[in-house]
Each structure stands twice: as C-alpha cells, then as structure tokens.
Ligand binder design. Structure first.
Ligand code: DP6
Length: 323
C-alpha cells in the first residue's frame, strides 16, 4: 500500500500539548497544505513475530525515527486487532527535521498507508485523529488547502478539517539551513509549556489570532492574512525565547530574511514571514510576486535557496505501486 502526503505550514501555530500521549494541543491551529516536498510511503504487512522494518530512502531508519514509527504501527495494529509486522519504506522529497513539516507529511502518509494495509476503515476525520498520534501537525496534512485543527480536549474532539476558502496565495520557502535541528519540536514545545512565563498569554493571543485569521481568509485579504500569520509566528518564537533555558530556532540569516521581508513591504510588495522549529523562513505573497520575492531573498541572503509553493492536496493512496 503506497500513500503520498504533503507538508503543511501553520499560519496559526500549534505549540504545546495538554496531553502528550494523546497529542492534544492547548489551542486550535490553522495551516496551508503545500504542493512541494511530498512524502511517499509504502507499507507491506509481514509475518506475526517478525520485527518491523523501516527504511528511509533505502537506508534503515535511525533509532529515534524507527521507535516513533514502530510506536505508531503498534497503535494501528491494536485498533485493527492485528499482530503482523510491517515493512515500511519512505521517501521524502524535502529536507527532514529542518522545520519544514517533514513529520506532518510523513505521519499523514504513514497513517493512510497503515490504516489501509491493516484494514482499518477510517473516514478522513478519523484518519486525521490517527495521524495526530504520530505527530500533531500530521492531523492537518490529511487535508489539502486551508485546514483547521480543532484542539479539543480528548481524542474524539481533536481532529482537523478543511475550511472551504478559495484563497490561493504563494509561499516562498527560503532555505537557509537544511540540516536536522539540534532540538526536536516535541522536546522544545514541552520545555516551553513547562518553563516559559509567556506561555499562557501566547495561548490566549493565538486563540484571538485564529478568530481574526478565519475572517481574513474568508475575505481572501492577503495583507490581513499575512499580518496575522507573521505576528502569530513571532509570538510563538518570543514565547520559546522566554523558556528556561531559551529555545531559539531563529539564526542570524533568519533575521536577514525578516529584514528583507519588511523592506519589500516598505517598497509596496505584500510579503509576510512565518517560521517554525528551524531557521528557514516561509514568505507568504501573491502568486504574481513570488518569483520576484524569491529572487530578492537569494540576492540578499548569501547561500540561501528558494522554492515557490502553492496550495496542495490532502493525503492520498497511489493506485499503482511505483515500479
Ligand atoms: C512549529 O507536529 O512536529 O511546526 O506533535 O510533537 O510531533 P509533535 O510536533 P510537530 O510540531 C509542529 C510545530 C510547528 C507549528 C505547527 O506546525 O503548527
């Protein structure tokens, strides 16, 4: 069984869980699924008694990755009442573990492939609940376009759904550093919840941002969407910076990109930045400005590369196994 899923970038961020085991966040979040950097995952059911085998690009997965995948497969098998092992091979078109939502596309693809292979009959909402257990943001990659993840307070209440807006901006991904991050978002968000004195205020402001964002998306107002997304991302990073010890994903070139985004706005181009658990910046702009915005970033930030993304589709099964 082969499934494909795309990463999503949150415009209203998920940062912090109220329940670590069930992956229930403290606040709703809202994202855009992209049309670049897909993850393709093939899963074959093996024999009872064998160990699960997990490869990434043909190479056996590292201990951490393998443990997370096996833990997820155990959850699927328990639900399906099955005991056979799995052989999982996965390929990610983008850099992994660099704050580019590779865990979102990876667990959305794995959830779909595993649910099908082990015979779980899930609708898209149930699939979103299942993907959430692998990585919170994966709940959103089950769907395409703009997606709202209802935080909920328990497993049934915590799922994502697509919101029906036509808005179709561009996102210029500015790659500064694609090496895997030193601190996983899982560990960093736990430490932020436990130690940042700003955490409660961040949750309150993020909830208010979400209400405003829904209005902005319904209006298809790029400036309003961009302003809210940028302030939400900066608020999340401010909250992390206040953790003890500080969690800092933003690097010197990140600030250079941010300066250039501000300069573009001063020159009259609608461009807005958002950053996740890594130094790379995603710049929201209109499709007609995307190539110019990308060229500006490459010119201003030595060594960076850019990829222009648009809205992408939800997780899907491939009907033919790749040759
Ligand atoms: C900064 O979904 O990777 O990208 O649930 O622990 O696997 P886990 O975390 P993950 O966190 C993503 C955090 C973020 C913001 C977001 O995507 O909403």
């Amino acid at each position: 069984m082969t499934a494909v899923a795309y990463p999503n970038i949150a415009l209203i961020k998920y940062w912090g869980k109220r329940d670590e085991d069930q992956v229930i966040p403290w606040a709703d979040s809202l994202s855009l699924t992209l049309d670049v950097f897909p993850t393709t995952t093939t899963l074959h059911v093996g024999q009872t008694g064998d160990v699960d085998r997990v490869t990434v690009d043909g190479v056996p997965a590292s201990g951490t990755v393998s443990r997370r995948v096996v833990g997820f497969l155990e959850l699927v098998r328990k639900r399906a009442g099955r005991t056979e092992s799995a052989v999982v091979s996965t390929h990610n078109d983008g850099p992994m573990g660099a704050g580019l939502a590779s865990s979102a596309s990876a667990f959305a693809a794995l959830a779909l492939a595993a649910a099908e292979a082990y015979g779980l009959e899930l609708d898209a909402t149930d699939l979103s609940r299942l993907a959430r257990r692998g990585s919170g943001s994966a709940a959103r990659s089950v769907f395409g376009g703009f997606v709202l993840w209802h935080a909920g307070e328990d497993d049934p209440g915590s799922f994502a759904e697509q919101i029906g807006v036509e808005f179709d901006p561009a996102m210029v991904i500015t790659l500064i550093d694609t090496a895997p991050k030193a601190l996983s978002s899982r560990t960093a968000m736990r430490s932020t919840v436990e130690t940042s004195p700003l955490y409660r205020a961040w949750i309150e402001s993020s909830r208010a941002d979400l209400t405003d964002m829904r209005t902005a998306l319904e209006r298809g107002d790029l400036d309003m969407v961009g302003e809210i997304a940028e302030r939400n991302a900066l608020g999340m990073h401010a909250t992390m910076l206040a953790a003890r010890p500080a969690v800092r994903y933003l690097a010197a070139p990140t600030l250079n990109v941010l300066d250039n985004v501000t300069a573009l706005r001063d020159e009259g181009t609608s461009a807005y930045a958002t950053m996740d658990a890594g130094p790379n910046v995603k710049v929201l702009c209109s499709p007609g400005d995307a190539d110019r915005v990308a060229a500006r970033m490459r010119e201003a930030v030595p060594g960076c590369t850019t990829v222009v993304a648009r809205r992408g589709t939800g997780a899907a099964l491939l009907t033919e196994e790749p040759g």
